[in-house]
Design a protein around this ligand. Structure first.
Ligand code: SME
Length: 162
């Protein structure tokens, strides 16, 4: 799917910024800032990473984010749109969160959401979650951009294990 000038510009900015990252945390921090600043409909942008070294059922734990604080700092893999994306290993796009029974509310203003898993060597290790105050904000070109970002983080983590 062709990107508009805007999403293609942002993709290039993300790629450039990634080259300067000094750690995975730094990469994720740069990425959420850039996406939040440049993409006006991306009102909350954050990473959830699967907790390691736990003998409890797997949990998604809030990492770097930009936007309002969320009550959901830990999400079990069987809950929420976040849990659905992580457990299926598939991108989830929800055009109207009010119509999706899986949705865990973060802000009353949120109308649509995209969650893209991050893979390292074929395994889901976390995800990039974006909420919008606009209904159906995430089109094919947004999905392409967000999947590009999640892939960059997965590649970085694969080369530089945390
Ligand atoms: N809405 C998500 C929870 C995370 S907040 O949006 C930041 C979900 O349904 O899993």
């Amino acid at each position: 799917m062709a990107m508009t000038v805007k999403t293609e510009d942002v993709r290039q900015e993300v790629a450039q910024s990634a080259q300067a990252a000094t750690s995975a945390q730094d990469l994720m921090s740069r990425m959420v800032k850039l996406l939040h600043e440049r993409m006006l409909k991306y009102n909350w942008v954050g990473f959830y990473m699967i907790e390691k070294d736990s003998d409890q059922p797997q949990m998604l734990v809030l990492g770097q984010f930009e936007g309002a604080m969320t009550p959901h700092t830990r999400i079990p893999l069987h809950q929420g749109i976040c849990g659905a994306a992580a457990s299926s290993g598939k991108t989830v796009v929800v055009d109207d969160v009010a119509q999706d029974s899986r949705y865990l509310a973060c802000s009353l203003e949120t109308k649509s959401e995209i969650v893209v898993p991050v893979f390292v060597h074929g395994q889901v290790v976390g995800e990039l979650d974006i909420d919008s105050h606009f209904p159906a904000a995430f089109k094919d070109e947004d999905r392409t951009l967000v999947e590009f970002c999640a892939t960059l983080v997965g590649q970085y983590l694969g080369k530089n294990p945390a």
